[in-house]
Design a protein around this ligand. Structure first.
Ligand SMILES: C[S@@+](CC[C@H](N)C(=O)[O-])C[C@H]1O[C@@H](n2cnc3c(N)ncnc32)[C@H](O)[C@@H]1O
Length: 256
């Protein structure tokens, strides 16, 4: 297959995109949390809180934190679903998982969080395994958005809720101008100081620009079988929350 996909502004083979993205997270895993907090000016704490509120988790829920990385969402979710529930973190990067497990241990949540190394677009979980699935800053890295959404739909139970938090472009022109300046010039430099490499931050800035608009992502969710799809812009659209529900029940129609 010689199909090419976007890796930031470049076109690469699907296999190459996975290799490059994985390489970034393996390299910056130890510094990921610090970079996340500093480079988002702490905004990610607020965005994560809003995201968790939208999921309405309760004790006993089985939650998948997909592309879960160092487990920030998993830790927040575990506190909502314990003691009866469980959170599974699935991530392709072993280094991110290792960093996350240490954090979960420090938070005394090692019994509530299970860590699995795997590919979001080809998961090993059975159909209908989870009550809720959350993806934080992960769908932009999918090689094929459709394949990722179809896998998420498959492993979610009927009635279960899917939520993705992803970066996007701010709406107001003046914020957009500052944002472009920040993400193409300051971000890679600051990222290099924090993590020792600028490349993941160049990729971050470019990949946000080539990622589909919130309207297109919502349409893709609907095309992949999700119902009640919606998106909500946060902080003028710098981040967007996408939601959808799996509802495989036949639509009530005319009975002959
Ligand atoms: C930007 S980090 C986000 C981590 C975490 N969700 C958070 O909110 O901080 C993206 C994560 O997605 C993971 N990832 C990228 N592609 C993946 C894939 N195909 N399957 C599973 N994980 C993937 C990376 O290893 C990385 O840990």
């Amino acid at each position: 297959m010689n199909e090419e996909v976007s890796y930031g502004y470049r076109k690469v083979s699907p296999w190459e995109k996975t290799r490059l993205v994985l390489g970034h997270f393996e390299t910056i895993a130890d510094r990921y949390d610090l970079a996340d907090a500093l480079l988002s000016f702490g905004l990610h704490f607020f965005w994560r809180r809003v995201a968790l509120e939208r999921l309405n988790l309760k004790n006993g829920d089985r939650v998948l934190d997909l592309c879960g990385g160092t487990g920030d969402f998993a830790i927040l979710a575990a506190r909502k679903v314990e003691p009866a529930g469980k959170v599974v973190v699935c991530d392709i990067s072993r280094a991110m998982i290792v960093a996350g497990r240490q954090k979960a241990f420090r938070a005394q949540l090692e019994r509530s969080i299970v860590w699995v190394q795997g590919d979001a677009e080809n998961m090993s979980f059975s159909d209908n395994s989870f009550d809720a699935i959350i993806v934080g800053y992960g769908i932009r890295n999918f090689v094929f958005l459709k394949r990722g959404f179809q896998e998420i739909h498959r492993v979610l139970r009927d009635g279960g809720k899917f939520l993705a938090l992803e970066f996007s472009i701010p709406r107001a022109k003046w914020i957009r101008n500052i944002y472009h300046l920040y993400s193409f010039h300051l971000l890679p430099r600051a990222g290099k100081i924090i993590t020792g490499t600028a490349e993941p931050f160049h990729y971050l800035a470019e990949s946000i620009r080539v990622f589909p608009s919130p309207e297109d992502v919502q349409n893709e969710l609907a095309a992949d079988g999700f119902k009640n799809t919606a998106f909500e812009r946060l902080t003028n659209g710098i981040a967007v929350l996408y939601t959808g529900v799996k509802d495989s029940a036949p639509q009530s129609g005319r009975v002959l």
